[in-house]
Ligand binder design. Structure first.
Ligand code: FAD
Length: 391
């Protein structure tokens, strides 16, 4: 079990810390710290800066910009980035379609898409979920019928994050409705978002923001050379992608940062006899969260330190579960500290910006226990795959 960093890893941590706190521009970090709807220009600038310094896609193969880091170094890189409030590279590009293309794509697809994907010259979105296919993803019904050199796509995707900024969508489609198992009739297609017949409709969220969308396909014609890998093998690629999605799912750096912010906010909130930070009940709650966070970080380091072959560890389900719970607990703490000021939703002379954004942020992050595989589904994986219990 690895609890302390070696000298080499400590030096690596210092290198990352220096980069994210001195080379990374302050305005990008401030924009990210402010929260709210992500600004696509800020996200593009951030990812291009990382790419320029060889830091956008460290887990890709070396020939496409990857680094031969250990899992622990990847964890340190992510944590330092999050603690410095630097925006994470677009996950749809760097953690999802990039590794899929690098592993299963033809040479032509790799050369065509990987450099532009790393540099965010192409913005991807993920077209997996459908109205009746979320946890049960293999039940998806969007069809793609081969006609000559094209596929004709019909159906609907939903919850498509940041699809309004996307240039391309990687979509799971049903190419063989008669396959003996539903998983065996699925393919992955790369589709341009401005294709005739493709329309996008925003879904308004409880925090008032526009982060997710519905995407409709009405006889959308897709060149057959935009098929990833082999026809009807899309389920294998999707499983690979979802496994990667859960690696690094516990945003330890972001949670640490938010908890430190919470303490600072409590210290700014005056009471008759001092500040809110002097309240013993609040102090106990903060101490409990700090202890839980330390336990999570040690577990992340243990899992990362023990993963030698670079494959996702099944324990990533535990990290996803605890990481999302702690993230939600800390945001609830911030909303409680804001108190009545958190009802305002807009900053003014009496309500600081952090208090105004506390409630919408708390509400927005209810999503963390749903996406990337809901927490109920993670519990099933833990009980069956790790504890060996039968459902
Ligand atoms: C903010 C947000 C962004 C998203 N972005 C994207 C995106 O960009 N692209 C994309 O393709 N998808 C995206 N998703 C979709 C996400 O992957 C699904 O919401 C998720 O897989 C759950 O599916 P569902 O919403 O259909 O819920 P359902 O699968 O219908 O589940 C409903 C409830 O039943 C529970 N449940 C379901 N099956 C089981 C089971 N076997 N055992 C125990 N409990 C179960 C679930 O935990 C949940 O509480 C996003 C979702 C959210 C909330």
């Amino acid at each position: 079990m690895q609890r302390q960093l070696s000298d080499e890893d400590r030096a690596f941590q210092q290198e990352m810390r220096t980069f994210f706190t001195t080379v990374a521009p302050q305005d990008i970090r401030d924009a990210n710290a402010a929260g709210g709807e992500p600004d696509p220009d800020v996200i593009r600038r951030a990812q291009r800066l990382l790419n320029e310094h060889g830091l956008a896609v460290p887990h890709w193969p070396v020939e496409y910009g990857g680094k031969q880091w250990t899992e622990l170094q990847h964890h340190i890189y992510r944590t330092e980035m999050q603690q410095a409030n630097f925006p994470t590279p677009l996950p749809f590009n760097v953690s999802m379609i990039g590794p899929v293309l690098a592993t299963f794509g033809s040479k032509e697809l790799k050369d065509r898409f990987l450099p532009a994907t790393a540099n965010l010259d192409i913005w991807w979105c993920q077209g997996f979920s459908e109205p009746d296919a979320g946890s049960d993803l293999a039940g998806l019904r969007t069809t793609a019928v081969r006609e000559g050199d094209e596929y004709v796509v019909n159906g609907q995707k939903t919850w498509t994050t940041l699809g309004q900024h996307a240039d391309w969508i990687f979509a799971l489609v049903r190419t063989d409705p008669n396959a003996p198992k539903k998983q065996m009739g699925i393919s992955m297609l790369l589709i341009k978002m401005d294709s005739p017949g493709l329309t996008l409709r925003p879904i308004k969220l409880i925090d008032g923001g526009h982060e997710v969308n519905e995407v409709f396909f009405d006889n959308v014609r897709v060149p057959a050379d935009q098929l990833v890998g082999e026809e009807n093998k899309g389920w294998d690629y999707a499983k690979f992608l979802l496994g990667n999605e859960r690696v690094g799912v516990a945003p330890v750096g972001s949670i640490k940062r938010k908890l430190a912010d919470a303490k600072a906010f409590a210290a700014q909130t005056k009471r008759a006899d001092g500040t809110l930070l002097d309240d013993p009940l609040l102090a106990a709650r903060i101490a409990e969260l700090e202890t839980d966070l330390m336990a999570l970080e040690l577990t992340v380091m243990r899992v990362a330190g023990g993963s030698k072959d670079g494959k996702p560890d099944p324990a990533s389900s535990i990290l996803k579960l605890r990481g999302s719970q702690l993230q939600q607990d800390v945001l609830e703490l911030v909303a409680d500290i804001a108190g009545a000021a958190g009802l305002s939703w807009t900053a003014n002379d009496d309500v600081p910006a952090w208090a105004a954004s506390a409630t919408p942020t708390y509400l927005n992050f209810r999503k963390a226990s749903i996406y990337g595989g809901s927490n109920e589904v993670q519990r099933s994986i833990i009980s069956g795959g790790i504890l060996g219990l039968k459902g």
